[in-house]
Design a protein around this ligand. Structure first.
Ligand SMILES: Nc1ncnc2c1ncn2[C@@H]1O[C@H](COP(=O)(O)OP(=O)(O)OP(=O)(O)O)[C@@H](O)[C@H]1O
Ligand SMILES: [Mg+2]
Length: 390
């Protein structure tokens, strides 16, 4: 199963490109589902239909699903919701509703990724196309499997402690509702699933992240930043869709449009230089609103032509480990990062903490390198090389 995740700044065309890709895949005969994790729910608008909160068949080979997190919390996360709610009440916080639980950041993505996992296990689809909310949010969500494992570990440890204490000091903790077995089982299950999700997301042949952008200055800088961070989160970025390009012959001969075209050309050149290792696809700005199947199919044709969207346009994993002259190297593909922006230090229990700008990533070192000494780091050809000695 292939998972294609589209990400990019607000309004660049992620939803349109996702819908267009999914339609093309279905036409090519792949069992396809398009999923949206954006609570703004514009996927239905783009497709020109209303989508329910369950999987819906919308065309031959094509299903669609807009994640409705409140619905998910009420149905699939009921045990945990109930417990957290009881816990809050016991602490005098007052009742917490499914609606309130649902605003925990990243829940849409977690729910979506659990769906993806079950699709893979059931061999339900050949391709999952995922439309996401604007970049900032998605970046945090893509780091979620790492983050949530840490989070769940802490909660788990805390609960175990409470359970232990409660057993010896019954009475004192009477008003503290203990998580029952079903809650503990649910937590265990989430933990296991999170690890499976992580493995799926970090398999560069299965999961790829595609950037969507427009030829504009602000979009360019945000896209470059997003690219760096997605690599840092160990996801394979292999394709860039430049959308809303103004066609050269599509303009009236006014000064305004001539200036616009000149500016666009400058950014297109910068894009080619900056993302040279990615497959760059292009879609022109359409004269009318891009809504409904026919327009989406025109867009898919502009982007993919005869090529197959399931292709992995590059499959070099953004993070790799190797040994050079007896020294171990961890190589992270990190485009656009300047040396001064990178900070490294060893974290708890065999981890290496990499700071890039405002973002932080904790990399679990392989068992053989847990006790290794960090000799230093250098940036070579857009790769961060961390040297380690066992
Ligand atoms: N190539 C195009 N030509 C004309 N209009 C386009 C094109 N691509 C996208 N649009 C229009 O631009 C608007 C934003 O597109 P879309 O919703 O796909 O972007 P998005 O990145 O998903 O936005 P958001 O960040 O809000 O989710 C929509 O009105 C869409 O119809
Ligand atoms: Mg969108």
């Amino acid at each position: 199963m292939r998972l294609i995740i589209y990400t990019g700044k607000g309004g660049v065309g992620k939803t349109s490109v996702s819908a267009a890709t999914a339609r093309l895949l279905a036409k090519k005969g792949y069992r396809t589902i398009i999923m949206s994790t954006d609570s703004a729910h514009s996927l239905g608008d783009s497709l020109g239909m209303t989508l329910p909160n369950d999987i819906q068949r919308i065309d031959e080979n094509l299903d669609a699903l807009e994640i409705d997190i409140i619905y998910e919390m009420r149905t699939k996360w009921a045990d945990i919701s109930r417990y957290v709610s009881a816990l809050m009440m016991s602490q005098g916080v007052g009742e917490i509703t499914a609606e309130e639980m649902a605003i925990i950041p990243g829940m849409e993505m977690v729910a979506a990724l659990f769906y993806v996992l079950s699709f893979e296990q059931e061999d339900k689809y050949d391709v999952v196309v995922m439309d996401t909310p604007p970049t900032g949010e998605t970046l945090r969500l893509l780091s979620f499997p790492d983050m949530s494992n840490w989070y769940i570990d802490k909660i788990y440890a805390l609960m175990k402690k409470f359970l232990g204490i409660a057993r010896v000091t019954v009475g004192k903790f009477m008003d503290f509702p203990l998580p029952d077995k079903s809650v503990m089982n649910s937590i265990d299950e989430i933990k296991d699933k999170m690890n499976e999700v992580k493995a799926l997301l970090e398999d560069p042949k299965k999961t790829t992240v595609r950037l969507v952008m427009n030829p504009e200055r602000m979009v360019l800088s945000e896209t470059m930043r997003a690219y760096t961070y997605i690599c840092l989160y160990n996801k394979n970025v292999e394709c860039l869709v430049v959308n809303k390009i103004y066609p050269e012959d599509g303009f009236s001969d006014s000064d305004f449009f001539r200036e616009k075209l000149k500016e666009q050309e400058k950014y297109l050149k910068q894009i080619e230089e900056s993302f040279s290792e990615l497959r760059i696809m292009k879609a022109y700005h359409m004269p009318t609103e891009l809504v409904g199947p026919e327009k989406l199919d025109i867009m898919a044709d502009m982007i993919f032509g005869d090529s197959d969207p399931t292709e992995v346009y590059a499959d070099k994993s953004p993070m790799r480990f190797l040994t050079v002259d007896g020294i171990d190297e961890m190589r992270l593909k990190m485009p656009f990062v300047k040396k001064g922006n990178i900070e490294l230090f060893k974290g708890e229990s065999g981890t290496l903490v990499v700071h890039v700008g405002s973002q932080k990533r904790t990399v679990s070192l392989p068992a053989t390198l847990v006790d290794a000494e960090v000799l230093g780091a250098e940036l070579d050809n857009e790769e961060l090389i961390v040297k380690l000695k066992r």
